[in-house]
Design a protein around this ligand. Structure first.
Ligand code: ASP
Length: 320
């Protein structure tokens, strides 16, 4: 039994996938107690980065073709538009922490590879081997069957995206991912790219995306959602419309539906979510705690709706 909801939920934080539930609860606690938006978002993302059970973010993330876990993360402050990102970092325990610190800088705030690691070391951030035994085993299995010439999108590559709003109306967002499993070394997805994987502007709203990065970035999807809100569109409509328009744009060029999902929040704390998948779970938190929702697109009709999952759905869902 699913209960469709007509009005999208109101809250102070919204995040992608079920894997973010525990982190969002912790982040929301911080927000409720001391209204520290940066701390709340970083805490929420770190919780997912630290959990080896999630194979698409941080520790336990699945590796690239050469067996190395390469991570991307970004943070954007919607008051200052300050943005920090680290791209293709290896063995950095919490990429979001580095991205957050970089968002306070005016220059050299998006760093890749060795440069990002040098910065992390200078800042005293913790290193860790991010490849777990189970991810290594899975990689070795994959090597036996994988074709070397193409990027295979495996089911379940995801990004943890967290958007928040303080009581004063400051907005921000943070994202973190290990990107596509078996990606080419150095491959960059949408997640650490401003406007594609995330965007936050306290004057207009914030949005973030998850799904096949090569598709999402072709439409600067997060920025386009925020611009629709800036022009007065309701947050849920902005998510659905931006995603539908972009999806059609890709379809006309013959791209298959590899799955793209978005979350957003307007300047009043109204949230929205949309997907081209059959089911995309997201979490909303606020004064009254944390709650899981699901956005769904009927794969035949394209009809889009949100619902509150029941216990049965939660038990049976294989989604992250
Ligand atoms: N957007 C991520 C990437 O392409 C993956 C995902 O969110 O599914 O790296």
């Amino acid at each position: 039994m699913i209960t469709k909801i007509m009005n999208s939920p109101v809250g102070q934080m919204i995040s992608t996938w079920r894997m973010s539930e525990e982190g969002l609860r912790l982040g929301n606690q911080i927000l409720q107690e001391n209204d520290n938006l940066g701390e709340a978002i970083v805490r929420a993302v770190k919780c997912v980065e630290d959990d080896p059970a999630y194979v698409s973010v941080g520790y336990g993330g699945l590796p690239n073709r050469e067996g190395q876990v390469e991570l991307d993360a970004a943070y954007m402050d919607g008051d200052t538009l300050g943005t920090g990102a680290v791209i293709s970092v290896k063995n950095l325990k919490n990429p979001i922490e580095a991205a957050y610190r970089l968002s306070k800088k005016n220059r050299s705030c998006i760093l890749a590879g060795d440069g990002a690691m040098k910065y992390a070391s200078y800042e005293g951030l913790a290193y860790q081997n991010m490849l777990t035994e189970s991810s290594r085993k899975r990689y070795e299995e994959e090597l036996k069957v994988s074709k070397q010439e193409e990027i295979r999108a495996y089911e379940g590559h995801d990004t943890v995206c967290v958007i928040g709003r303080s009581r004063e109306g400051s907005m921000a967002c943070g994202v973190s991912t290990s990107g596509l499993y078996m990606k080419e070394p150095g491959r960059v997805g949408d997640s650490p790219l401003i406007g594609s994987g995330f965007y936050a502007d306290s004057e207009a709203g914030a949005a973030a995306a998850t799904g096949m990065g090569e598709d999402i970035m072709k439409g600067c999807l997060s920025f386009s959602i925020v611009e629709k809100m800036r022009n007065g569109m309701n947050v849920q409509e902005a998510c659905e419309k931006a995603l539908r328009e972009h999806w059609r744009r890709l379809e006309r060029r013959g791209y298959p539906n590899n799955g793209m999902s978005v979350i957003a929040m307007d300047t009043q704390g109204n949230t929205g979510a949309a997907t081209t998948l059959e089911e995309f779970p997201f979490v909303v938190a606020g004064e009254n705690g944390c709650r899981l929702y699901v956005a769904s697109m009927d794969q035949e009709t394209g009809e889009h709706f949100l619902f509150v999952p029941d216990k049965e759905w939660i038990k049976n869902s294989k989604s992250d």
